[in-house]
Structures are given as C-alpha cells and as structure tokens.
Design a binder for this molecule. Structure first.
Ligand code: HEM
Length: 413
C-alpha cells in the first residue's frame, strides 16, 4: 500500500542494505544504523523516495529548521478515506508554526515542571497500589502489572477520563500503530486502511468526542475542560481538533513511558554492575534513566517533510520528500558521544535526542521522567534482586523500541 515517489539521483546509494523491517531487540537495527552513519549519513531510499538522516549534527539541523523540514504531511499524504476518522488535525507533532506555537501554548500550562512536580504524591500512591496487586508474588509481568497501567492511569486522570477504560485505549492504540506494520520505513501511507482498523479508530473518535461534548456542556476542572475552554488568539479548538489532540496525548503519554520502564529493567539486566551502583546510591536514578533513554530509546525515529528544495550534508533534496530522522542513530553517533555503545550511567553531558529537539521537543518529558523515577525507586525499595525472565515480546511497530511484556523474578527486600 505504498505510493512510489520519484527517486533522486543524489545519494541514491546503489547496493545500500535495506533497513530491517522491525526493531526487535535492536541489535540488527543498531548495526544497520552504524553502517549508514559511516557510509551513507544522508541516504535517499529509491524504493520509498524518503531521505534518511543518521548523524547527530545533521539531525540537530533538520529538527531545528522547521521552515524547511516541516511536520505537516498534508501536502504528500492523501486525506483519510471517507468514513475513516481524521486524527491529524490539531495534532502538535503534525503542525508547523505559527499554528504550532499557539496550540502548544494551550497545553503547555498543564505540563510545566511545577505542575508535574505537584503530581508526585499522586503518582507515588498509584505506583504503590499497582505493586500491591502483585505483593507476595515471586514472579510477575512488570509491563502488565505496572509499566503499562501507570502512565495510562496518570494521563487519563489528567484528562478527566475513566482510567477503567484503559483496555480500550490499548486496543485503539494498537490499531493505530498497526497501520504502519507492513510499510517499509519512510513509505507514505496511501490512505487506505483495513475495515476493522477503521471501525476501531471510529470507536475511539466517538468515545473522545463524547467527552469533549460533555465538557462543552459542563466544565469539570480537568484538562479536557481547559482545552475546550481555551482560546488561541480568539479562536477555540474545533471538536475534531480537540479529539485528535486528546487521542495523541493518550497515545504519546502512555506507550512511550511504559516502554521506558521496560527498557530500564532490560538495561539493568544487561549491566548488573551499573544496576548495583544505582541501588547503592539512589541519587543516580535520574542519570541512569537518561542513559536508558539514550541507549534504548522508546521512539527510534521522527519524520519530517521538505517544504522546499534544500541541501543537507552536501546532498540536494527536492521539496515534498519525507525525511526520516533516526534519533536512535544520533544517540549512538561516535562523533558526538564518546564510546556510544557503552551503557554508562555516569555519562555527562548526555544530550540525547530521544525526546526530540527544537520546537517539537516533547512536552511530556517531566512527566515521563517523574513516573519512571518513581517506578524504579519502588522496584529497588521492594526487591533486593530482580531478574528478567523470558519470553520477552518486543513491540512490532518499526518506530518503537521496547517490550510488550516483561516477566521478572524478584527476591523481596
Ligand atoms: C519516554 C517517554 C516519551 C518519549 C520517548 C517521547 C518522545 C517524544 C518525541 C521524540 C517528540 C517529538 C516529536 C517530533 O519532533 O516530531 C515528542 C513530542 C511530544 N510528546 Fe512525547 N515522549 C514521551 C512521553 C510523553 C508524555 C508522557 C507525554 C504527555 C503526557 C508526551 C506528549 C508529547 C507531546 C504533546 C508532544 C508534541 C510536542 C510538539 O509537537 O510541540 N510525551 N515526544
């Protein structure tokens, strides 16, 4: 279901190995990224027409230049099929300035470090409740018990929607992600979707619309109420914009953070000496989490599209070309990070690209850091030894790196 694009002569490397189809445990992808960083740092894929960017400095340039590298794909992406919900209008990550700045100001008040710090006691309480559901167990699935439910409960509470509906969000989130399973990385979807996916997304749209209409009728003091009441330069968000924004927040706010928690334990299992150092000195927890974010980033790339012809690292790039920004590659670029494959919780500075860069820098960063710090501390408080079991199931989407389930075996403290 791809729409072939005209390949450019520039950097159309002959015999360049194709990217692996999924991320899995990351090994194959990391080997491909290293090769590309060294030999084809800016590569135009003839099959999809997309440009791939691998080096840290080039990534910084692309992500810092929204006037050329746009987040608005409407020029190259067909509109959704008739009857399929449109989840792109009003989504921050798909909006360019000046509208992006206005939309971002609407939500940023809810995500300031101060607002997030105020959530700490609530998040600690919720984390303990979730761990209490497996109290006494010597083995359990960390994702099912804590890493998946916690971020979704927190974001649902902030929005003001019932956390009890979280299984619905999971189904819908998987439906959204599954739309890119079969596409090569960088291919532009042709807008068609299997019927069952359209049905699930329509259900999600209707569900969120119900909440938006409810808040238009009655202010309830939650984030949805603030969004429907907020004005951007005299304009209000439409129902459609509010719904897609909520949908994005729900997905952005939970899957990524849940993956980060799983990735933290996997990193500790691979590097027991560093896990011991963190256990001995809890002050190291935030730095350890930053190194996990660099070394095993939950999101592996971001996409942009060129608005006009431009040049990148000596390569001429025409307008309307999708640009895949491999932040996972930037995080391992030896030109920026000394000994980049080494997992080193003492690494400083550690300016990884996992939360993006520039005007779209992740708004949820303080929340993701808070939740993962609290979960890691709770794990270390409760258990004197934690072992990762098998089987570990990795997510299937080509853009995310992490586990769907993580059986762990624990010894109680
Ligand atoms: C480990 C967890 C997370 C990771 C790795 C992550 C990653 C990212 C990245 C890479 C971007 C930039 C996208 C781009 O430039 O196109 C982004 C943007 C965003 N993230 Fe996150 N995120 C995480 C957690 C969260 C949470 C918890 C929330 C909210 C509850 C959130 C909300 C957002 C929003 C609203 C944006 C759009 C910002 C904009 O376009 O101006 N994220 N995130």
């Amino acid at each position: 279901m791809t729409r072939p694009m005209e390949p450019t002569e520039a950097a159309a490397g002959q015999g360049v190995p194709r990217p692996p189809t999924g991320v899995g445990d990351g090994r194959e992808l990391l080997a491909w990224l290293r090769l590309m960083r060294d030999r084809h740092p800016v590569w135009r894929d003839e099959t999809t027409g997309a440009l791939h960017v691998f080096r840290y400095a080039d990534l910084l340039h692309v992500l810092s230049t929204p006037a050329v590298f746009s987040s608005d794909f409407s020029a190259i992406m067909p509109p959704p099929e008739e009857g399929a919900p449109n989840f792109t209008e009003g989504v921050l990550t798909m909006t360019d300035p000046p509208r992006h700045g206005k939309l971002r100001r609407l939500v940023s008040q809810a995500f300031t470090p101060r607002m997030i710090a105020q959530l700490e006691p609530k998040v600690v309480g919720l984390t303990r409740e979730l761990f209490d559901t497996v109290a006494g167990a010597d083995d359990f699935d960390l994702v099912a018990s804590v890493a998946y439910p916690l971020p979704v409960i927190v974001i649902a509470e902030m929005l003001g929607i019932p956390a009890a509906d979280r299984e619905l969000f999971r189904t819908w989130g998987e439906a959204l992600l599954s739309t890119n399973y079969e596409l090569p990385v960088g291919a532009v979807p042709d807008g068609t979707m299997p019927e069952d996916i359209v049905r699930q997304l329509s259900e999600m749209h209707a569900y969120l619309l119900g909440h938006v209409r409810d808040r238009r009728a009655t202010q309830r003091g939650d984030l949805i109420s603030s969004l429907v009441a907020a004005e951007v330069d005299g304009d209000r968000l439409t129902d459609g914009e509010t719904v897609s924004f909520l949908n994005f927040l729900l997905l952005a706010g939970h899957l990524t953070t849940s993956l980060l928690m799983g990735n933290t334990l996997l990193s500790f299992a691979d590097h027991p000496d560093q896990a011991d150092a963190v256990r001995a000195d809890r002050e190291l927890v935030p730095r350890a989490i930053e190194e996990v974010l660099r070394h095993r980033p939950p999101v592996v790339f971001q996409a942009r599209v060129t608005r006009e012809e431009t040049e990148l690292a000596g390569v001429t790039v025409p307008a309307k070309v999708p640009v895949m920004c491999w932040q996972m590659s930037g995080n391992r670029d030896e030109r920026h990070f000394p000994d980049p494959d080494r997992f080193d919780i003492g690494r400083t500075p550690n300016a990884h690209l996992t939360f993006g860069h520039g005007i779209h820098f992740c708004i949820g960063t303080p929340l993701a850091r808070l939740e993962s710090r609290i979960v890691l501390n709770e794990l270390l408080d409760r258990y004197r030894d934690i072992g990762c079991g098998t089987p570990v199931f990795y997510e299937r989407s080509p853009e995310i790196f992490g586990v769907k389930s993580l059986p762990i075996t624990v010894q109680h403290a």
